[in-house]
Design a protein around this ligand. Structure first.
Ligand SMILES: Cc1cc2nc3c(=O)[nH]c(=O)nc-3n(C[C@H](O)[C@H](O)[C@H](O)COP(=O)(O)OP(=O)(O)OC[C@H]3O[C@@H](n4cnc5c(N)ncnc54)[C@H](O)[C@@H]3O)c2cc1C
Length: 383
């Protein structure tokens, strides 16, 4: 029976952006979130909105996202906290200088406005950087946003346009009839829908598997440290050539710094807040590494540390696809789905409504995982 409603599973940036894009098109939409909005990746994130260093398949999405973030930020009274102040990718030794040089050349050839700077020029942009920084690439159109504020603001706007959002409701299974998805079973009973959108990150594979659909996701972990508000130090997002550290200063002055990505041995769907909380020695490593880039970090007061899981696919690209009638998958953003979130939401709306997408979606098809798999993609986090 047609319900006239799209049901989105997951209230991260992808789910709320999809709810907003569908509501903007006049489509009836309900979002269910098992915990609270931004309870996983979209709350754990650094919050970088980056085009530089993107896979070529994702670059058009990342470029479109820059415009969409600006439009949403203006429309929502600045609540998403979007700032377009650039991304500095730093080199700490000669080998990293060569990495940065090659990266800047490749990205410039792809059409990005990206410059290669020596250490002094990088410190003119961000004087708080250590004198040990030898060089940097600088993509001035990159930026960052406030993760939880952005998710909340997009959700509020979606609701203003008619979307329904329910927290504390978990999808436990997809329901099907004649090869089409017809809704979900939840902890609060069955929900029928014309179309179900899986925007539930790490938890999507378990819902897909009973349908014979394979979304291979490996859980990886990143540590995050956030300080109390510090005096203004820099406005850019920084990363490093080998991606083992990144950071930014939030609008209220808090420093938020992250490690690179490590293996995580736990159960991807059985994680708890305790099981992903960082060990003291890993926090010490993060402070040493980030403090070597940003010496002022050592003087800042620590407010919180947390671990965040990454939903890594074998090629580091998400699944954005409609693999069978009544189902859209938007999961597996592999550590860089926040920045493109608003555009992922538009792609979901195109897939749901059958509108032609302005993007080439072939690299994001779910079926690519049922053919031969190469080695896992190296995962990079640069903010
Ligand atoms: C430490 C860290 C730093 C990062 N830095 C960046 C960065 O600088 N830039 C960038 O672009 N990306 C970054 N990322 C990645 C980015 O945050 C994620 O790719 C993005 O937030 C994923 O959003 P999502 O909505 O797809 O998934 P999530 O935010 O993970 O949302 C999934 C939601 O689904 C809910 N859910 C799960 N199962 C169910 C169910 N059965 N029923 C109902 N709800 C369910 C969850 O509770 C969750 O709220 C980072 C990630 C981490 C962890």
């Amino acid at each position: 029976m047609a319900t006239g409603e799209v049901l989105i599973v997951g209230g991260g940036i992808t789910g709320v952006a999809a709810a907003l894009a569908l509501a903007e098109r006049g489509v009836g939409v309900r979002l269910i979130e098992r915990d609270r909005l931004a309870a996983m990746g979209s709350g754990w994130t650094l919050g970088g909105v980056r085009q530089s260093g993107r896979d070529p398949a994702e670059l058009p999405l990342a470029r479109a996202a820059v415009a969409r973030w600006a439009e949403l930020d203006a429309r929502l009274g600045g609540r998403p906290g979007y700032r377009r102040r650039g991304n500095l990718r730093l080199a700490r030794d000669e080998a990293e200088v060569e990495t940065i040089r090659a990266l800047a050349a490749t990205q410039a050839a792809a059409g990005l406005d990206i410059a290669l700077l020596d250490g002094e020029a990088a410190r003119r942009i961000a004087p708080a950087l250590s004198r040990d920084i030898l060089a940097a690439s600088f993509c001035r159109d990159d930026g960052h946003a406030d993760p939880i504020a952005a998710v909340t603001a997009l959700a509020d706007e979606a609701q203003r346009l008619g979307a329904q959002i329910e927290s504390g409701v978990a999808a436990t299974a997809l329901t099907t009839r004649g090869g089409a998805v017809t809704g979900v079973e939840t902890n609060a009973g069955r929900r029928e829908a014309d179309c179900v959108v899986l925007a539930c990150g790490l938890h999507a594979p378990a819902l897909l598997a009973p349908l014979g659909l394979d979304l291979p996701i490996a859980a990886r972990i990143v540590l995050v440290l956030q300080t109390t508000p510090a005096p203004p130090l820099f406005e850019q997002v920084f990363g490093v050539a080998n991606a083992d550290c990144a950071g930014r200063q939030e609008i209220d002055g808090r420093l938020r710094v992250t490690t690179g990505v490590s293996d995580w041995k736990g159960d991807a769907t059985g994680w708890t807040a305790d099981s992903i909380q960082p060990r003291a020695r890993d926090v010490a490593t993060l402070i040493a590494r980030a403090g070597a880039i940003l010496p002022a970090l050592h003087e800042a007061r620590v407010a919180r540390v947390w671990g965040g899981l990454i939903d890594l696919t074998p090629d580091g690209l998400p699944a954005l696809d409609a693999p069978c009638p009544g189902l859209v998958v938007a999961s597996g953003f592999s550590g860089h789905g926040f920045g493109i979130g608003p555009v992922s939401g538009e792609i979901v709306a195109d897939l749901v409504t059958g509108a032609a997408s302005p993007f080439d979606l072939a690299p994001f098809r779910l079926a690519r995982f049922s053919t031969a798999r190469g080695p896992a993609a190296p995962l990079t986090l640069h903010g």
